[in-house]
Design a protein around this ligand. Structure first.
Ligand SMILES: [Mg+2]
Length: 226
């Protein structure tokens, strides 16, 4: 079996930021732990969660321009080793994609920095002048990221066994479609630790993405020293 495609989660895997939604919350001084918990417990939908987030920001500042949102991400860095890993995967002809329930403004930047083959994420809608509308756009349901993996397999004619997904949260386990592989990366929340353990998937405990290499390629060490 060889690896032909790797699907990465973005926030907390390729990007060194726990959540691209939380980055905007910290800009506006908002954020509601109760709702996050409700979302993690699957009590509210992606759409409800997004609408509520946007509502919180607009309560602080009624008109929010796209450029301001974009600037929120200026301080976010790539995860350690992310550039090297993606570069080398591509050198080996492996198809690299990002499947994120994060914010498109941010995920698209990471996608172009890393020159990945394809990406999908959630995001915002704007009026003609670029101001944020009340409803978010859900393309990647956080609890059903597997739909995108199935699409990836179908479009490219991969066998599921040739596809590996890498994620840092329990929701990312939805990428682990039957026959495919999954690597848990740097889980920071307790529920992620627990979910990975229960799912019996290999886990990289630390924040260096190069450590997924031996799991991807049968014990092979990451070949470049950077
Ligand atoms: Mg994540």
């Amino acid at each position: 079996m060889s690896v032909r495609a790797v699907a990465f989660d973005c926030d907390g895997v390729l990007a060194d930021a726990g959540s691209s939604w939380a980055v905007i919350h910290s800009h506006f001084g908002t954020g509601d732990a109760t709702l996050l918990k409700a979302f993690l417990n699957r009590e509210i939908s992606d759409e409800e969660f997004m609408r509520d987030d946007i509502g919180q920001w607009k309560k602080v500042q009624p008109k929010i321009h796209r450029d301001e949102l974009f600037r929120c991400y200026s301080g976010v860095r790539l995860m350690e080793g992310a550039r090297d890993v993606v570069e080398l995967l591509k050198e080996r002809g492996v198809h690299v994609v990002i499947i994120s329930a994060g914010v498109d403004l941010f995920v698209s930047t990471i996608a172009s920095m890393l020159a990945v083959d394809d990406w999908a994420s959630n995001g915002f809608s704007y009026d003609d002048e670029g101001y944020l509308m009340d409803e978010g756009v859900c393309r990647v349901p956080a609890w059903d990221k597997g739909e995108m993996i199935q699409k990836l397999i179908r479009i490219n004619g991969f066998d599921p066994s040739e596809v590996v997904s890498v994620g840092d949260s329990s929701m990312d386990l939805s990428m682990h479609v039957p026959g495919s592989k999954f690597i848990g990366f740097n889980p920071t929340r307790d529920e992620a630790h627990l979910a990975f353990e229960e799912a019996d998937v290999p886990v990289v405990p630390g924040p260096d993405l190069r450590d997924i290499w031996p799991i991807l390629f049968h014990g092979e060490k990451f070949p470049k020293d950077v």
